[in-house]
Ligand binder design. Structure first.
Ligand code: THU
Length: 136
């Protein structure tokens, strides 16, 4: 298992703040995410649900899109994902694939508001992403 790194708690704090802005009136399941670049820029996101349900977007993808829209497409260091539950979160398959586009070996820090923590990697979560160059 990966170790937590210095700075992870800061990233978790930003993700927890973003979580408070989640728009989740249907599931009531609020998720926050924050992604940090190696140059220490942090971009956050929260899940945004929709009455049509299927148009809902997860917190992780919101964070990635905020970063990319700000001009950051490479050199990511870590993403933190926070929920308020008695179990740790784990990113959905769609988010894993979207993260892999920009950071296939990203560190992933899973956290709860109550203080549970786990560090892993995108490689562990999605060992064979669909990427140019990965075709078999
Ligand atoms: N959700 C996330 O934001 N991230 C995840 O990793 C899993 C699920 C959101 C989508 C939806 O708004 C709610 O959580 C319930 O699935």
């Amino acid at each position: 298992m990966e170790k937590l790194a210095p700075g992870d708690e800061d990233l978790i704090r930003v993700a927890a703040l973003a979580r408070q802005r989640a728009y989740a009136p249907y599931s009531k399941y609020k998720v926050g995410a924050a992604i940090r670049t190696k140059r220490n820029k942090i971009y956050s996101g929260a899940n945004v649900e929709n009455a049509s349900y299927g148009l809902t977007v997860c917190a992780e993808r919101c964070a990635v899109w905020a970063a990319v829209a700000a001009g950051e497409t490479k050199d990511y260091d870590a993403i933190a994902i926070v929920i308020d539950d008695d179990k740790l979160p784990t990113p959905c398959g769609a988010c894993r694939q979207v993260i892999a586009e920009f950071a296939p070996d990203l560190r992933v820090v899973l956290a709860t508001t109550a203080g549970m923590r786990k560090a892993t990697t995108l490689t562990a979560l999605l060992p064979e992403p669909f990427l140019p160059g990965n075709l078999v």
